[in-house]
Write a protein that binds this ligand. Sequence first.
Ligand SMILES: Cc1ncc(COP(=O)(O)O)c(C=O)c1O
Length: 312
Amino acid sequence: MPAVMSLSGERSHPTSRAPRAVRCAPEQVIVVNGSQQALDLCVRLLLDPGDEVALEDPGYMGAHRILAAHGARLVPARIDSDGIRIGELGKKARLVYVTPSHQFPTGVSMSLARRLELLEWARQRGAVLIEDDYDSEYRYSGPPLPAMQGMANGAGVIYIGTFSKVMFPGLRVGYVIVPRQLVKPFTRAKWLADRNTPILDQAALAGFLSEGHLERHIRRMRRIYGRRREVLIETLHRHFGERARVFGDAAGMHLMVRFEDPGVLARASRNNVHLARSGAYYLGEPPAGEYVFVFSRIGERTIREGVKRLAD
Ligand SMILES: Cc1ncc(COP(=O)(O)O)c(C=O)c1O
């Protein structure tokens, strides 16, 4: 799938100049059935049951569950305004799973200083970092920081990308970019798992990329999602004012809201508005009144009406 290989930065490609500054040779890019399969291959190859794995708390359930299913001992590390807290990574973690571009679900973008600190932490311990870069294409303010993989400088970083968010989740195509010494084990494990990601899907996607459609699609969707995001923030502000604190909205397809309004949940159920609590993403105790709003799937009018019904 040559167009995907151009993400390497070692081969430029006319349609892929929005770089994540990933550094690799084409053979280090292994096409998989979405991030979930990439994670599954990582844990099968790199973990033994009982091994410690550090992960973001709150964090992505898809990662929590697959690690737990393989018998990993999960070490939750909280998030501050710079990203994952290094002091909470545990003493013996073999793997660290992070979403540095847009922490899921809090939306924190890991600072450069924290990235460098995390890379150094991993280098000193011989731990492997899994960088899940699931939605960095949709960013609404400020340029994204380059991928950690490109600054690894000797640290073991596995980079996971997916077309789930940038295109649609039913398209089970993603890619994992592994250090050179892991190319053979990963290629073999993928072959053992299911031979290959469907060739027809890959061919259609390769055509889409090489004809420049992906970049156009991203530009268009960024405008649409950006507008929905603005409408959501503006409507929340209008109806709730100080009683709703919005955060994690600089990128992606969701944002977080913390309500200082004990009646909001009752009004949501009375007025038939689905509110998604953030609690499911926490390994520890979740904060009260915190919700995840996915704005990408809902039209502007529905957003306006839904927020109004929450407030009424
Ligand atoms: C943090 C994170 N990683 C990855 C994914 C996508 O996973 P997949 O590529 O398996 O669809 C999601 C989707 O919600 C996600 O939130």
